[in-house]
Write a protein that binds this ligand. Structure first.
Ligand code: C2E
Ligand code: MG
Ligand code: MG
Length: 249
């Protein structure tokens, strides 16, 4: 952060109903002077171990909120923004205040922000987490469960906790066209999520065949290289223009 080597990139989120762009996910990037681009999977765990995830997470939130404001001001159709939260950011009991501060500083409505937490994280200190998620829900932000299907969240947790969105992990999406088990699991997740009143997002959509399967299965939204990888704000602006032209929206 001190060396100005961190960046937030944005990956588009597309509606499977009409192809409209509905939002973006903020993904952290580290361009290290000597080592080139370092993946979040490598440095997020380190940031968690050292406690640096707290200032880092706060910074990502403020960048993401400022970006939403910038899109609004550029007259882009209103986009929601997803931000990943680590379990460590909940440990000090200040997460709701941090979120509220980021939103008000950028003058962004809470319902534009989607906070993503992974399934495994729900297993830790269940009571505290449930209370913190409840407070965040009261603020008016949307909550999403990320990488669904890879962790150990119980189905009763899904029913109890105030989620709005469920994101199906890439590992299932990857195999929907050639593995009947993966296809069955994805269909079952979509049916279950819809019955619980959740919006379903498929992660890691790379091919038209996967998209077709997901549409037929009733999945609501998709994200993946088929549409675009995560982009810098400048590249995202270009993507928006090209996308609007392509889809005539
Ligand atoms: P995630 O939240 O599940 O993010 C989706 C990941 O899938 C991203 O990897 C994205 O680039 C990648 N992806 C998207 N579409 C495709 C596709 O079609 N094919 C393939 N192969 N990959 C695709 P990324 O950016 O490397 O991030 C990895 C993970 O690091 C994220 O998974 C998230 O858990 C974590 N992360 C990223 N940024 C942050 C952050 O600001 N805070 C926290 N706490 N975690 C973050
Ligand atoms: Mg995510
Ligand atoms: Mg994910």
């Amino acid at each position: 952060m001190k060396h100005d080597e961190l960046f937030v990139h944005y990956q588009p989120l597309v509606s499977l109903r009409d192809g409209a762009l509905v939002g973006a996910e903020a993904l952290l990037r580290w361009r290290h002077g000597g080592a080139g681009l370092i993946e979040p999977a490598k440095f997020i765990p380190l940031a968690e171990e050292t406690g640096l995830i707290v200032p880092l997470g706060e910074w990502v939130l403020s960048q993401a909120c400022a970006q939403v404001k910038a899109w609004d001001e550029a007259g882009v159709p209103s986009l929601d923004i997803g931000v990943n939260l680590s379990g460590y950011q909940f440990q000090r009991g200040t997460i709701a205040r941090t979120v509220r501060k980021a939103l008000s500083r950028a003058a962004v409505e809470p319902n534009r922000l989607i906070l993503e937490v992974t399934e495994n994280f729900l297993m830790e200190e269940a009571a505290d987490i449930a209370a913190a998620l409840g407070t965040l829900k009261t603020l008016g932000v949307q909550l999403a469960i990320d990488d669904f299907g890879t962790g150990y969240a119980s189905l009763s947790a899904l029913r109890r906790l105030p989620f709005h969105t469920l994101k199906i992990d890439r590992s299932f999406v990857r195999n929907v066209n050639d593995d009947p088990d993966a296809a069955a699991i994805v269909k079952a997740i979509i049916a279950m999520a819809h019955n619980l009143g959740l919006t379903v997002v498929a992660e890691g959509v790379e091919t038209p065949a996967q998209e077709r399967f997901l549409k037929e299965a009733g999945c609501d939204e998709a994200q993946g290289f088929l549409y675009s990888p995560a982009l810098s704000p400048e590249d995202f602006a270009q993507f928006l223009e090209a996308y609007a032209e392509k889809t005539h929206i």
